[in-house]
Design a protein around this ligand. Structure first.
Ligand code: AMP
Ligand code: ZN
Length: 302
């Protein structure tokens, strides 16, 4: 068993994670959620100077808007779509017969207007664009969504369904870069406040296929993505618990986000992987928050 799988088994044995029988899909205990809630409130406090507008989204988003985001070009392997039964009574009988006999009953399911949200900031760009040109200072939004990514794994930190909290900056390129740099500079402070060994490093997204390799290389060359890495499942290979992204004018162009002078807005976001951070806390401080260092408990109001 890998280090990560062993840590997952420990979390399950301790009752912090509740097994569903699907890798990467877990229920969480009250203790896990208390730590999550403390972390969530702390993220609000450390972001208070952003004076961000709050938006909270459901786990699913508009399929048309998702298509327009280009997600299927970059990450078809991760996307989760929502399909439903839309047939008549005859088709219903056939469906039930398939289930009863253990045959595939899903082939006839039809795509709905919704897909699972891949990242918390995706639903926000079209909503912002619909308001018209941005105000002169641009905008800063505090978003949270349950996100879905099809990457089943026995590493408890690699979930299929997880919560992502983000601060998203929309504005001139220099506004977005200043915002991202400010959060990158804060990264060691975040690690220290949580009592976690954290490093920041250049990163890339897991783009699909052969052209994906070129996209990933170019993303690295341009320094568009950084991650805060903390050992969670594995001691040797630390896990990305936060990311600091600069999208340039990608979403601005796709969604029609404009600045008062008519130019296309640039965007960037700072994302917190909530479950990963909670698991990192359990990994490094033990499974009983009452015994954690006083400073960490104070940070998380535990
Ligand atoms: P990304 O958009 O890939 O940079 O994701 C933002 C953050 O979400 C990452 O830094 C992780 O902390 C978290 N995250 C991404 N994928 C997963 C996953 N499969 N399971 C749990 N957390 C994830
Ligand atoms: Zn984002």
């Amino acid at each position: 068993m890998s280090d990560a799988a062993a840590f997952g088994a420990e979390l399950i044995k301790a009752g912090l994670l509740l097994e569903t029988g699907v890798p990467g899909l877990y229920g969480r205990s009250g203790t896990f959620e208390a730590v999550h809630d403390g972390l969530d409130a702390w993220i609000t406090r450390i972001g208070v100077a952003e004076r961000a507008e709050i938006m909270r989204f459901p786990p699913a988003m508009n399929r048309k808007r998702f298509e327009a985001s280009g997600y299927m070009r970059g990450f078809p392997q991760l996307a989760g779509t929502i399909h439903c039964f839309c047939g008549d009574e005859r088709e219903h009988r056939a469906l039930l017969a398939c289930i009863e006999t253990g045959q595939d009953w899903t082939a006839g399911q039809k795509a709905t207007d919704a897909v699972l949200t891949p990242a918390a900031c995706y639903p926000l760009y079209p909503i912002l664009a619909a308001r018209g040109p941005l105000p002169p200072g641009g905008a800063t939004i505090d978003v949270m969504s349950w996100c879905y990514r099809h990457e089943p794994s026995d590493d408890p930190a690699r979930l299929q369904s997880f919560r992502m909290r983000e601060y998203v900056r929309i504005g001139r390129p220099e506004d977005v870069l200043e915002f991202r740099q400010r959060w990158l500079d804060q990264a060691p402070v975040i690690g220290a406040a949580l009592g976690l060994p954290a490093l920041t490093d250049l990163a890339n997204d897991p783009f699909f296929g052969r052209t994906g390799k070129l996209k990933a290389d170019s993303q690295r060359e341009q320094g568009l993505k950084f991650e805060l890495l903390i050992p969670v499942g594995s001691a040797e290979k630390p896990t990305a618990c936060m990311s600091f992204n600069y999208h340039q004018d990608l979403f601005g162009t796709l969604c029609g986000l404009t600045l008062p002078d008519g130019s296309t807005a640039h965007t960037g976001c700072v994302g917190f992987g909530m479950e990963r951070l909670v698991m990192a806390l359990f990994r490094h401080h033990g499974f009983t928050p009452a015994t954690w260092p006083a400073a960490v408990r104070a940070t998380l109001s535990l």
